[in-house]
Design a protein around this ligand. Structure first.
Ligand SMILES: C[S@@+](CC[C@H](N)C(=O)[O-])C[C@H]1O[C@@H](n2cnc3c(N)ncnc32)[C@H](O)[C@@H]1O
Ligand SMILES: [Zn+2]
Length: 380
């Protein structure tokens, strides 16, 4: 973000530097990645920029991509919409192709046209807006791509346990893999909402960063697909706080005690049990990024997208190596060395963007500990 006296520059867009209009520079990377994803999609006839505030998202999508026909920007604040109109003029954008509405988003989505791309960027949880989004338009048949932000990370990650049960009907875990767990709770809520209206959810590129989680996903219509997606949205996992054992309950019944240490075991869910990113989508985004190096920070974005691409091919959940080292009194090893050691022994192993001291692997805990002992250094 570049700040001039009277305007802010982000990506290819400029917006007025108005004091009372919401603009968060920490969401720049979220907008960068979302705009890259838009760039990988086929033609979008109608894009809804919900909760548009200054319009920075929609304006960036418009200026950085050539595949969008109409954008409708919606914010219930009339001050935001007056400001947005100035920002459209500042960016030389035509108000026929970029229409502005000062309305409540739920009412708007139910009564306006069908959109093929819906952006929801609310304060806090997106859950109260999912049903209207999924019933969008008179035909309710067109929605294909959804881009949803959640900033209630403390709720999803279990710091506000009861709020998560109330808002998402799901039990969180406040533990070392709470960020992936939180992402899966959010995806589970979207998947369960979607299946009621015969939509199946397919996550394309979902990630957690700073104080927010972002879901970039596809929806496909059909009763059978929706059933599969509903099933995937209602998984549970078990976790042992004593020895760090974890597993998804894909089949069979929940265990009363940990299969590893026999102590009491906890659970989380219902939550999404499927994948949260697709490596082909990540490759497409990397190709688009190559064409945008002049105005996007590819040194920051490329490794982040590549990390998610790699881990997306691995098993669910990860281990915090510092937590393992302290609990099992083994040496701390460099992540890259543990990953190499596990790969040499034919296990899947990668880093994870959810936590910088964690590894995603299908190796059991005793094998990870062996790798840490072999490659690690004793702490002084
Ligand atoms: C997090 S900000 C949006 C940020 C913006 N998309 C960006 O990238 O800078 C949330 C915006 O939603 C608007 N808002 C809150 N509740 C709304 C509702 N029910 N319907 C429409 N807009 C709403 C607020 O006025 C605020 O401008
Ligand atoms: Zn245990």
């Amino acid at each position: 973000m570049i700040m001039r006296n009277n305007y802010i520059k982000e990506g290819l867009a400029r917006i007025g530097n108005e004091e009372r209009i919401f603009y968060n520079p920490h969401m720049k990377m979220c907008r960068d990645i979302s705009s890259l994803w838009v760039g990988t999609l086929p033609k979008i006839e109608n894009l809804l920029d919900g909760f548009c505030a200054s319009g920075i998202r929609g304006i960036r999508y418009r200026l950085e991509n050539t595949n969008i026909e109409y954008i409708h920007h919606v914010d219930r604040s009339s001050r935001a919409i007056t400001n947005l109109k100035k920002n459209l003029r500042l960016n030389k954008l035509n108000q026929k192709m970029n229409k502005c509405y000062a309305e409540d988003i739920n009412r708007f989505m139910l009564t306006n046209i069908d959109y093929d791309y819906v952006e929801l960027d609310p304060f806090g949880t997106p859950n109260p807006f999912l049903d209207c989004m999924l019933q969008n338009g008179p035909d309710n048949s067109k929605i294909k791509y959804i881009s949803i932000t959640a900033t209630d990370t403390a709720v999803l990650c279990g710091a506000h346990h009861r709020a998560c049960i109330k808002n998402y009907s799901s039990k969180p875990l406040d533990n070392e893999f709470c960020h992936e767990n939180g992402m899966r709770i959010l995806l589970g809520a979207i998947g369960r909402a979607a299946s009621k209206y015969e939509w199946a959810l397919t996550p394309q590129f979902c990630f957690s960063h700073r104080h927010y989680m972002k879901v970039l996903a596809r929806l496909d219509r059909g009763a059978l697909k929706a059933l599969e997606s509903a099933t995937q949205s209602q998984k549970y996992l078990q976790y042992c706080p004593h020895c760090m054992f974890h597993e998804f309950l894909d089949k069979g019944f929940a265990k009363k005690s940990c299969p590893q240490c026999k102590k009491e075991i906890e659970y989380a869910g219902p939550l999404w049990g499927g994948r949260f990113a697709d490596e082909k989508v990540a490759d497409d985004m990397l190709r688009v990024l190559q064409l945008r190096e002049e105005f996007m920070d590819s040194k920051k974005l490329r490794p982040f997208i590549e990390m998610i691409k790699n881990e997306a091919q691995g098993p669910r959940l990860y281990y915090d190596t510092h937590e393992l080292a302290s609990r099992y009194k083994v040496p701390v090893a460099k992540l890259i060395d543990i990953v190499d050691e596990l790969r040499e022994n034919n296990y899947f192993a990668s880093r994870t963007h959810f936590k910088n001291v964690a590894i995603r692997t299908d190796a059991p805990i005793n094998i990870i500990l062996e790798a840490m002992k072999k490659r690690g250094k004793k702490l002084h």
